[in-house]
Write a protein that binds this ligand. Structure first.
Ligand code: EUG
Length: 596
């Protein structure tokens, strides 16, 4: 099987050489727990775009082949293969929460330049065919590569547009194309010998550009990916090209502006934000700041009682606001200490229903962390003296919690998860987080990701909602909280078995109820799976839907034909509105089967 691990040296989405053994092990474990066949015959034929006949579609595809070449256009008419994280599909959502065949594209196209992206956009306008750009399609847990409107043509930008265009050692910045993964950017920086860090999320296979425009999060001081971008190039829905920030001002003698990757705001309205989590343009280049290498020390603090939760959050708030904490730390529940061992759930529990608290307790007692309820993973940065003064403050603040323990990586065995945290928190992209996926056979995951005030009482409210509803729908609760000084991203990772229609239905119902219950408390999601986008967008309805109307005005102005990613992030072009496309329950238009 090892030769079947895609390598970064042969494909942009591949595994770096340093991780090939780990990747092989991850693949073998995932497949050993799989009961689903690799693929099943398609139930229905090629899924056409809405209101497009096969004849018109074929003619349109012929036209596109003239521009992109035969190999640049691929019909989605073969059996669907879910693959695994490093060999993910661009034909559908590998982590399908509806029928595997429900959210499929009609074709995938592979532009090799911005000019070709512009041609594709003009083609879409001519034939009124919806297009759906993905950078790499690894937005797993949020919809993967699947389009919101079935039958759309997916533009796989990354396959051929995957260059690190620039690394500037002095300015500590870079400019990348959509197909550059964290793995690739890291390798290129090492190869070139720059003493610069990247900022990576928990898994390193995603697109740097794609994650940032979905406003993803990482764990060095540069962890807010969108906040640390600088400069964009965008293909607009009419096929024209735009540069934001200082990039709008041409450099000397036709060069790029010398401060394109240096100053975000430039002059006039800051428009970069409207190209994140939207369907207003296709980002083909994006600049990022890189952090100069520095000293770092990761640590964990464990807490014995479930009820320590509120106090932990109260202690984090001032430490984060004063920037004593070095990064966005993660607070995890003890059950994650079991999950990140990579062992299946049945190692500890074979009974019915969700994982009982006393079984978590018995499980963690056997681990080096012992009988705990919560774990805080933090990292401090700088020289030895400043790290030790920061740590003194942090230790004394958390010492207020009886029975809390402070541990360094050197206090834990070499196979403990903390060593993976050390890498992530110093900008080294990894694969370790995949171990969660051995929890169940055929496992897939879905994230519920509300924003909640960094306040003990609010933390309790959201945690109780999440715990109660997970119990109602029979799912184990995996809380990971990324806690900042004023708000926290509470990420509840719903792990479900893709072979079970019943689990998928329960996962959907759980999500829908979570979104509604959280919204009643004023908590909204920072990001969501594309099938919940309408519902989440609908909760941001202050002023009788003022934000939705504003987004629609922009959408209609920029994309009058409604060809670009209709429905993404709950923004529908005028041609789709009020026709039943919005999905807030189990049914919506455009779906082959009644049940979504
Ligand atoms: C995680 C964090 C996220 C997210 C999805 C997953 C972490 C998983 C902070 O954002 O959106 C361990």
């Amino acid at each position: 099987m090892s030769e079947s691990i895609p390598k970064l040296t042969t494909i942009h989405s591949g595994v770096p050489a340093r991780l090939s053994n780990e990747a092989l092990a991850a693949k073998e474990r995932t497949y050993s727990l799989r009961t689903l066949p690799t693929s099943v015959p398609r139930q229905s034929e090629l899924r056409l775009p809405p209101d497009v006949t096969r004849d018109v579609f074929d003619k349109a595809i012929d036209e596109l082949r003239k521009v992109l070449g035969k190999a640049g256009v691929e019909l989605n008419d073969k059996p669907l293969v879910d693959g695994w994280y490093m060999e993910h599909p661009n034909t559908h959502d590998a982590y399908h929460i509806v029928d595997q065949e429900e959210m499929v594209c009609s074709a995938i196209v592979y532009p090799s330049s911005t000019t070709e992206v512009q041609s594709i956009v003009r083609w879409a306008n001519e034939f009124k065919i919806p297009i759906y750009p993905v950078s790499m399609g690894r937005n797993l847990g949020y919809g993967g590569a699947s389009p919101r409107v079935p039958g759309s043509v997916v533009i796989d930008l990354g396959r051929k547009m995957n260059q690190v265009l620039k690394i500037d050692g002095e300015n500590a910045s870079c400019m990348v194309e959509p197909g550059v993964s964290y793995f690739k950017l890291y390798d290129e920086i090492q190869k070139a010998g720059f003493k610069l860090w990247i900022d990576t999320p928990d898994l390193g296979g995603g697109s740097v550009l794609g994650n940032a425009i979905d406003r993803g999060v990482g764990y060095t001081p540069y962890g807010d990916h969108f906040a640390n971008h600088c400069g964009m190039e965008i293909v607009l829905p009419d096929g024209s090209l735009l540069r934001t920030g200082m990039g709008a001002l041409p450099g000397k003698d036709g060069t790029d502006n010398p401060t394109w990757e240096s100053f975000q705001h430039a002059y006039g309205p800051v428009i970069d934000g409207i190209f994140s989590q939207s369907n207003f343009g296709i980002v083909t280049k994006m600049g990022f700041w890189l952090m100069p290498e520095t000293g770092h020390q990761s640590y964990m603090i464990t807490f014995p009682r479930e009820d320590d939760f509120e106090q932990i959050v109260e202690i984090i708030r001032p430490l984060a606001q004063k920037r004593i904490l070095g990064n966005i730390p993660q607070l995890r529940h003890a059950i994650q200490e079991l999950a990140v061992t990579g062992k299946p759930r049945t190692t500890w529990y074979n009974g019915p229903g969700h994982f009982p608290r006393d079984v978590i307790r018995e499980g963690v007692k056997q681990l080096p962390v012992g009988d705990i309820s919560w774990v805080f993973y933090g990292t401090q940065y700088g020289d030895t003296a400043s790290i030790s003064s920061q740590l003194a403050l942090i230790k004394s603040a958390f010492a207020a919690i009886r029975g809390s323990k402070f541990l360094l990586p050197s206090d834990l065995p070499p196979d403990h998860y903390i060593h993976s945290r050390v890498q992530v928190c110093s900008g080294v992209p990894v694969l370790r987080e995949l171990d969660w996926l051995n929890w169940k056979p055929n496992a897939a995951h879905l994230f519920f990701s509300p924003i909640v005030p960094t306040r003990g009482s609010s933390a309790r409210v959201i945690h109780d909602i999440i715990t109660r509803l997970h119990a109602k729908y029979d799912f184990d609760v995996f809380p990971t909280l990324c806690v900042a000084g004023r708000e926290m991203h509470y990420i509840a990772n719903i792990v479900y078995d893709r072979s079970s229609e019943d689990e998928k239905r329960r996962a959907r119902e759980l999500m829908r109820e979570l979104i509604d219950e959280a919204a009643k408390e004023g908590f909204g999601e920072y990001r969501t799976h594309l099938l919940f986008a309408d519902q989440v967008a609908g909760t941001y309805n202050w002023g009788d839907g003022a934000l939705r109307r504003f987004n629609e005005a922009i959408k209609d102005a920029l994309d009058p034909n409604g060809i670009l990613a209709p429905g993404r992030n709950g923004i529908w072009p005028k041609g789709y509105r009020g026709k039943g496309w919005e999905l807030v329950g189990e049914k919506a238009k455009g779906c082959a089967k009644a049940r979504m």
